[in-house]
Design a protein around this ligand. Sequence first.
Ligand SMILES: [Zn+2]
Length: 191
Amino acid sequence: MNSANRPTREEAEQAVRTILLWGGENPDRDGLIETPKRVAKMYEEILAGYHIDPKEYLQKTFGEIDKYDEVIVLRDISFESLCEHHMMPFVGKAHVAYIPDKRVVGISKLARVVDAFAKRLQIQERMTSEIAGTINEVLQPRGVAVVIEAVHQCMTNRGVHKPGVSMQTSALTGLFRTNPQTRAEFFSLIK
Ligand SMILES: [Zn+2]
């Protein structure tokens, strides 16, 4: 976001106060005095991804991989995000794999890429393809696979109220898309 257009923290706190009033609360009572401040600060944390360029995490690569050309997979990367339709949390796990072509990254960087996209207002489908697309674009590997499983509170805690329902999305590029054996290997690795 253009920082020149960015409202101030005070304006954000004022907006929270408005929602409290609108909901029927008295924002001046003891328990709520600090609430607008805390809520603004919380959103600053959970929307921090807007101020991060995930591609930068993948800039530092290692070239001495000694012809390693098998699947590298990072499983069970837990994340928390907010659905863009309701601003309610969806939480789950991401599994990220790639097949390097000359260059590899430190594996913690893959988790950071997941976080950078999770800490925005999201829909799970887009988040999945953004993670895969970024890794594909920067590392130019022989394939990328991303699977995300998540529980959406906007579905379990409101609306249709279906606790326990989780959603799975996937994005596959390169060999994961074209080679059924590679794809099957990936899905068995994350089981
Ligand atoms: Zn939602």
